[in-house]
Design a protein around this ligand. Sequence first.
Ligand code: SF4
Length: 96
Amino acid sequence: MTPTENFPWRATSRRRLLHGALLATGGVVLAAAALAAGGEAAAAATKMSQKKAGYRDTPLGKSRCDNCGLWRPPAACKTVESPIAAAGWCNLYNSK
Ligand code: SF4
């Protein structure tokens, strides 16, 4: 006689518990992926256009994107839409 024959509710309970845990894990993974995708999309949607920022792909004297506090290597900016050149510059330049 197996333990589950004596206590059939145990097998069912364990199975349900494992099934529930797998469903919950899958749900968490899907929710995290959706949040990450939504976060990136939201960040891109809130960035200023290059035109509005007065962006150009050439520096202004010694002021250039790769020495700006908003620069995000290799080719992005925290505030202005990508792509951003390391040697670029815009009106929002913020010295490091
Ligand atoms: S100069 Fe403008 S585009 Fe370049 S990193 Fe700074 S804020 Fe972004």
